[in-house]
Ligand binder design. Structure first.
Ligand SMILES: [Zn+2]
Length: 437
């Protein structure tokens, strides 16, 4: 009897039973993110009233109406549907879309989290603009709301079930670098090299002309080859970075170099001893699976090992196709979940989570690692002072630190080149790492 009680106590330390009116893969998914991934609890869903009523451990119900006098959260309909009606949310805010009359929460945090995590509102759109998002309309884009709701849920559960043991999470910083082009001047064919000189001459870019000449003929280091500097910063701060290499052909916005060039091979092999290397699929491959597969094969051949990580070039993320293609390719981790046009939390979360495929109503094995800051926001989309850039940067880092989340920032190697419009950005990288670590 004593042993039986002890086992029960041990199980109950981090176990909670949840009543829902009917089985739902959507509910299974969202409870696993909020309770399991963010709070470290095990749970079971049941729609058996007797089983729920007789259960003596921590429990709550998620229904329209309370069963007895249990802890209870009012449900809206979203988790019990199986269609996608993104249009019906297109004018709503978090408060108007998920409002409930309840003493603990004024919105259904479970349905709202599901809506944000699955990127429900993006289905049927291409190149989804951040201004179209429900978080933007709700003035919540710079808040990791899903994490914040999980913290509030933890407080409520702890008050009701003091015996529950929650998992403590630790803040983490993940530096990531997109390598659209490893070198500015090296590893390009003769045609492009002559073209480059001609362009510099016509634009009277004599500084760039001199640099190009020095790199090609005087053994001076290529200005985009800042990988030693980057790795020094990471080593000094005890960080392991992730680099995403573009392995597509030169085409429009895909401006990569010769992938078979010896300098490129040497670089990738050197980097993979101190950092993780992932794929940066070209824009062209976004609608072409064969091309995507080729690019993955090129990188695997260079690395001589399987590629598991990926981030789309130009953050081309289209639901559900982009992720369905990555799954087909056996990619395990995607890092594309963010906006290039603003800092903020595209999926409302600052922790990695499994992707739910709304088209097939199923939880997948693909892990999404969101980013909330990319330097292009301040280079291309917002003309703000450095002071304002650092204010926004500190604010978003603090928002992540506050919920012990994962801060993922995105940089490009060319930003540290001190060439063209990137003058002054090299120092900013060190400042950024110091703030974020
Ligand atoms: Zn890119």
């Amino acid at each position: 009897m004593f042993l039986y009680t002890l086992i029960l106590i041990l199980i109950f330390l981090n176990f909670i039973l949840i009543f829902i009116p009917q089985s739902s893969s959507r509910a299974e998914y969202v409870f696993s993110i909020l309770l399991k991934i963010l709070l470290g609890l095990n749970f079971e869903l049941t729609h058996d009233k007797n089983y729920f009523n007789n259960f003596v451990g921590p429990k709550f119900s998620y229904t329209k109406n309370k069963l007895n006098n249990e802890l209870f959260f009012t449900s809206t309909d979203l988790l019990f549907e199986n269609e996608i009606n993104s249009e019906q949310f297109s004018k709503l805010t978090i408060n108007t879309a998920f409002t409930i009359d309840h003493p603990l929460f004024n919105i259904d945090i479970f349905a709202a989290s599901f809506f944000l995590l699955t990127r429900y509102e993006e289905y049927g759109h291409r190149n989804f603009a951040h201004q179209k998002s429900i978080l933007f309309r709700s003035h919540l884009l710079q808040q990791p709301v899903v994490n914040q709701w999980a913290v509030q849920l933890e407080t409520i559960l702890q008050q009701n079930f003091p015996e529950l043991k929650f998992q403590k999470r630790n803040y983490q910083f993940i530096p990531t670098i997109d390598v659209d082009r490893a070198f500015a001047f090296k590893a390009r064919n003769a045609f492009k090299t002559i073209g480059g000189f001609a362009k510099d001459f016509l634009k009277r870019n004599f500084f760039e002309m001199k640099k190009r000449f020095a790199v090609l003929f005087q053994n001076v280091k290529d200005p985009f080859d800042v990988f030693d500097e980057l790795e020094n910063v990471h080593e000094q701060n005890n960080l392991r970075a992730k680099y995403f290499f573009h392995c597509g052909n030169y085409n429009g916005v895909d401006k990569n170099i010769d992938l078979q060039n010896a300098n490129f091979k040497t670089l990738i092999n050197r980097l993979q001893t101190t950092a993780d290397i992932g794929l940066h699929p070209s824009v062209k491959s976004n609608n072409n699976f064969d091309l995507l597969e080729n690019e993955r094969n090129v990188l695997e051949n260079l690395l001589q090992k399987k590629v598991n990580d990926s981030r789309q070039h130009f953050i081309q993320l289209h639901f559900p196709n982009t992720y369905q293609c990555l799954i087909e390719l056996d990619i395990k981790n995607d890092f594309t979940m963010g906006y290039v046009t603003t800092v903020g939390f595209r999926a409302g979360i600052c922790n990695s989570f499994y992707w739910y495929d709304l088209e097939n109503e199923t939880t997948t094995d693909l892990i999404v690692h969101p980013f909330c800051w990319i330097e292009t926001v301040f280079q291309e989309f917002q003309t703000v002072t450095d002071e304002e850039m650092w204010r926004q940067t500190k604010q978003i880092i603090n928002a992540v630190k506050h919920v012990d989340g994962e801060f993922c920032g995105v940089w490009h190697n060319h930003s540290l080149s001190e060439l063209y419009e990137f003058k002054g950005w090299k120092n900013k990288y060190e400042q950024f790492v110091k703030l974020a670590k």
